[in-house]
Design a protein around this ligand. Structure first.
Ligand code: ADP
Ligand code: MG
Length: 541
């Protein structure tokens, strides 16, 4: 036996495994995180640019929305995916501020890189970041103002701030009013709490008219036409049946086999089928329903009988729309026609078929105190309507979040600079290397005003210097007016955002930065992808 045989290398992982350890792993992760932040950074703020995304099928999306961009570009790198998760959490928790969260996460890691270069250990940085993140929550809460839930003026400013610089910009005043009206109508308010289920506001998009023609429908708009031309165009004082089972006889071909030997029997078989369907429709009309909305199919014969009775019917309505209809009209969704009674019907002042563009839609409108309603957004092309809908969605999220948590802050970079200032004071109370980490955290927050300035074509150094001077002078809402380049009181200018946007963005950015800093080993399995073509499923909704 030769000596060499005694020193066989030891493999603990299968062949093909890639491994990066220590500093190398950290640098790679930081690089990946910075790249994600870089990808969305230029869209931040009212002067941010849009991105044109083209998917593999050639479908084009033009957007300024952080989470939409990250969702569309199908990120592969595992660390980069973790950053994308931050945007997703922000979207779920607040509904706005996704770019802010990602940009802060990117800068926290960039600042950490500087500390690693100075040989500060990543666990020390992580600890300092944790201290800073916890302190930030307290500082932000102290800084925030209480929101008066009756103060529609401020609510409108929140909605407008969310839409500034987005596709909705030109009509933001009108859209903001619609958003406030919708949120106040469907939100649930008790003496000291407010909750909003965003799904109670159905945002329906339709091209073919200007954005200014967008409106609220006190009820639900369905992208469906009536099933039979003999049915009425409009039904006043509608009594609505919501049915989630098919109005047809189960297809015999698949369920059973019948042999008919006698030709006469064929006719009687059809007669029987007809009688069954007729009985079904009789059950519906016995309740005095004059509108039937069905989640499943309605067979030709059933359509005919319904039309004969003057009942308006639509079919194959989405389950989520059925639930909204139930909330809007007060109807109970029924599955079994046998225990169906007049009490299960919902009400609407008017149900009608309307031609919108070159399609027909069903409007269930004039619902009394609806618990769900529709925001019908219009726009010249679907690219326009889609981007307006994203802006409106941000506005709904912001107004809802502000009302739910009850606190607001000004924007335009003001809270980030104020927080940065206070964190630096806090850093001075700490000793040792954690102090440096807290300072780095404070520096990272400056990325927001700096980016707002850069995206507006302003000199970021000038802007930051002036901003810091103003904050040192106790002007806590000093922010940057991206249109004029001047330092302004963002509160007085009506640039108002929910506190939760900031607390959530900072806590998730810090969480992911800390997690990434603690990784010192990346092991990429060399195994064949078990499920080729699999995409990131984290956004599937
Ligand atoms: P996000 O996805 O993070 O919400 P946005 O593109 O919506 O990104 O930009 C939000 C930032 O723009 C916030 O920091 C907000 O304070 C700022 N902002 C909004 N309106 C104005 C304004 N009129 N002037 C300056 N900054 C503004
Ligand atoms: Mg926003």
């Amino acid at each position: 036996m030769s000596e060499k045989d005694n020193y066989q290398p030891v493999y603990i992982m299968p062949e093909g495994t890639q491994r990066n350890t220590g500093k190398n792993a950290q640098r790679m992760n930081i690089m990946a995180a910075k790249l994600v932040a870089e990808a969305v950074r230029t869209t931040l703020g009212p002067k941010g640019m849009d991105k044109m995304l083209v998917d593999s099928l050639g479908e084009v999306t033009v957007t300024n929305d952080g989470v939409t961009i990250l969702r569309e570009i199908e990120i592969e790198h595992p660390t980069a995916k973790m950053i994308v998760e931050v945007a997703k959490t922000q979207e779920d928790e607040v509904g706005d501020g996704t770019t802010t969260a990602v940009v802060i996460a990117g800068d926290l890691l960039k600042q950490a890189e500087g500390l690693l270069d100075k040989n500060i250990h990543s666990t020390v940085i992580a600890k300092g970041y944790r201290l800073a993140a916890d302190k930030s929550q307290k500082i932000l809460k102290n800084m925030a103002s209480k929101l008066d839930l009756e103060d529609k003026d401020t609510l409108k400013k929140i909605a407008e701030t969310a839409m500034t610089g987005k596709g909705a910009e030109d009509n933001k005043g009108r859209l903001a009013s619609l958003v406030i009206e919708a949120v106040l109508k469907v939100g649930r308010k008790t003496k000291d709490s407010f909750t909003l289920d965003k799904t109670d506001i159905k945002v329906e998009k339709k091209t073919g008219a200007g954005v200014e023609e967008s409106e609220i429908i006190q009820g639900i708009v369905l992208d469906k036409e009536k099933v039979h031309s003999g049915m009425p165009e409009r039904v006043r004082n509608a009594k609505i049946a919501l049915v989630d089972s098919p109005l047809e006889i189960k297809s015999l071909e698949t369920d059973a086999k019948i042999s008919i030997t006698d030709p006469d029997k064929i006719q009687s078989f059809f007669d029987m089928e007809e009688a069954m369907i007729k009985r079904m429709i009789d059950k519906v009309s016995a309740t005095k329903a004059n509108v039937v909305i069905c989640q499943k199919g309605i067979d030709d014969l059933a359509q005919h009988f319904l039309a004969k009775k003057g009942i308006y019917a639509v079919r194959r309505v989405k389950k989520s729309d059925m639930e909204k209809l139930a909330k809007a009209t007060g109807a109970k969704i029924i599955s079994d026609l046998n225990d169906f009674s007049a009490e299960d019907l919902g009400k609407a002042g008017l149900v009608e078929q309307v031609q919108v563009g070159d399609e027909y839609m069903t409007y269930v409108r004039e619902c009394e105190n609806p618990k769900a309603l529709t925001l019908l957004l219009r726009g010249a092309t679907h690219h326009v309507v889609d981007e307006v809908a994203r802006a409106v969605d941000d506005a709904i999220g912001d107004v809802g979040s502000a009302m739910k948590h009850g606190f607001v802050v000004a924007g335009a970079g003001a809270p980030e600079i104020e927080l940065s200032k206070e964190l630096k004071k806090y850093a001075n109370t700490l000793s040792g290397r954690e102090q440096l980490a807290v300072q780095a955290f404070a520096d990272a927050l400056e990325v927001i005003p700096r980016t707002l300035a850069e995206n507006a074509g302003l000199d970021p150094i000038d802007v930051l210097t002036e901003l810091k001077a103003a904050h040192d002078n106790n002007e806590k809402w000093a922010g940057v007016n991206v249109f004029t380049g001047k330092i302004i009181d963002a509160w007085k200018e009506g640039i108002i955002e929910p506190l939760k946007i900031k607390t959530q963005a900072i806590s998730s950015a810090a969480d992911v930065a800390i997690m990434i800093l603690r990784i010192d080993d990346i092991i990429l399995s060399g195994k064949e992808e078990s499920n080729p073509g699999r995409k990131d499923e984290s956004f599937s909704d």
